[in-house]
Write a protein that binds this ligand. Structure first.
Ligand code: NAD
Length: 447
């Protein structure tokens, strides 16, 4: 089977590599010629565990190719996946320029039946709109070529994208013709043989499922963070509360962990996009709006704890930040807690020492418009260097090395042994024994 995947971001690179791994011949396309040139040499522009090795192997085996010329390869493929960015604008609506331009190139160049599949996250109704754009291009050419549109939303999470793609919780395919369904069934046959769930729906429902999954997760996370904050006030232990409710029918068993807020490209933007789509249709997503509101506050929780600990006297203090992203194993800092924290810390006159295993360059890029404000931020070479002379450590990301540190080295390097843990990874008793003042989300020693 031959497919094209347009877009070489996380979604495009991961899905094209994984399709190739399943034995499909894939051409991955991007408008960015420089990116294509380096991908052809086996260089990867993003950090994603296992991606480089799998991509290079499939390139060597001849199942994965890269090009900037979509028009030229359309005769060779049966399916075109569109995985270009459809990022939110300031009003929370998607920018569909890229998606629609891929649709136009598709309509201007197909000469035989081909399926156009929306893999990007797009507002409900977009895939059918794409169908109309393609038909308009065919009419303009004065040709009658049959095609179908379909929607195959992607649920992968940056940092575990390969695993999420190869072992999905579900594969959702929105199709409205037997021919398209037959092609998509052929593509995912291996997945079906391995008992992964492939759910066929109509097209708008497939688009809606993507937003619903992200929004349910956001709601659960914010709900649990609300519970954690209340636990702290009434003296309950949120970790015990989690253990007690986990796995029950009402609670499920995922994302029931308190934290310093959710974020990340895709997930957090999906939530905003669904709220916006509802508003565009004259209705309100009240629960989701509340989940968003809780999340906005939750991103400030670590700062509030620091502020309370030092009774507001933060000017001239030095604080370490471990982790810059919402999830480990990724450079994705979008909509995350660290940027909110950095802003609060810098404005409060705090010197910040930061360390992240992979996201330091991304952080420099994002902070470059901050100008003089970044002078109080020091980029450190490792997690212990970040602790030198600090008055507190704020743990933001759940990277494994942060979860099992060398406590002796921590004690040696920190000026004040105050740790605020935004991922609840340490044992409170052990921290106490080591002489740390330790606070988590939903736990405060001083209670
Ligand atoms: N990143 C995630 O975790 C994630 C997860 C699920 C869904 N999504 C959705 O998938 C889509 C892609 O996300 P991403 O993170 O891979 O995006 P990205 O921004 O990292 O990459 C998009 C790529 O598309 C290319 N592109 C843009 N317009 C193009 C065009 N007209 N023709 C060819 N290439 C073009 C860009 O050059 C870029 O390389 C988005 O809609 C996103 O919301 C993302």
């Amino acid at each position: 089977m031959n497919v094209a995947v347009v877009g070489t971001g996380t979604v495009g690179l991961v899905s094209s590599t994984c399709f190739a791994e399943m034995g499909v011949n894939v051409v991955c396309v991007d408008v960015d010629q420089a990116k294509i040139d380096s991908l052809q040499k086996g260089e990867i522009p993003i950090y994603e565990p296992d991606l480089a090795e799998m991509m290079q192997r499939n390139q060597r085996d001849g199942r994965l190719h890269f090009t900037a010329d979509l028009a030229n390869i359309l005769d060779e493929v049966e399916i075109v996946f569109c995985a270009v960015d459809a990022s939110l604008d300031e009003y929370g609506s998607a920018d569909l320029q890229g998606v629609l331009s891929v649709a136009r190139v598709f309509g201007q160049n197909i000469n035989k039946y081909t399926v156009f599949v929306t893999e990007s996250t797009v507002p409900v109704g977009t895939t059918k709109k794409i169908g109309r754009v393609i038909q308009k291009e065919l009419d303009r050419r004065g040709v009658s070529v049959s095609f179908d549109v379909a929607c195959n939303p992607e649920f992968l999470k940056e940092g575990s994208a390969i695993v999420d793609f190869m072992k999905p919780e579900r594969i959702v395919v929105g199709v409205e013709s037997e021919q398209a369904k037959e092609l998509m069934t052929r593509l995912y046959r291996l997945m079906m043989l391995n008992n992964f769930r492939v759910v066929f729906t109509d097209i708008p429902s497939a688009e809606m499922i993507k937003f619903t999954v992200s929004s349910m997760l956001a709601t659960r996370i914010s709900f649990m963070n609300d519970i954690a904050n209340l636990c702290e006030l009434v003296g309950a232990d949120v970790n015990m509360v989690c253990q007690g409710v986990d796995g029950g029918v009402a609670a499920g068993n995922k994302n029931l962990y308190p934290s310093c807020g959710y974020g990340g490209h895709g997930f957090a933007t999906d939530v905003k996009a669904l709220i916006q789509q509802a508003q565009n249709n004259g209705c309100r997503m009240r629960v989701l709006e509340a989940a968003e509101d809780v999340n906005r506050n939750q991103k400030k929780v670590l700062f509030k704890k620091l502020f309370r600990h030092y009774r507001g006297y933060l000017i001239g203090k030095t604080v370490a930040l471990w982790g810059l992203t919402a999830n480990p194993e990724t450079t994705d800092m979008s909509d995350g807690t660290s940027l909110v924290l950095l802003d609060l810390l810098v404005k409060a006159g705090v010197n910040v020492r930061i360390y992240d295993p992979v996201a330091m360059d991304e952080c420099k890029r994002r902070l470059s418009p901050w100008g003089a404000a970044v002078e109080s931020i020091v980029y450190c070479g490792d997690m212990y260097e970040a602790l030198l002379g600090v008055d507190a450590l704020l743990l933001v990301t759940g990277w494994k090395p942060f979860a099992s540190p060398d406590f002796e080295l921590m004690k040696k390097n920190m000026k004040q042994r105050f740790v605020v843990d935004g991922r609840n990874v340490y044992d409170a008793e052990n921290m106490k024994k080591n002489g740390f003042v330790y606070e988590t989300v939903g736990y405060r020693e001083a209670f």
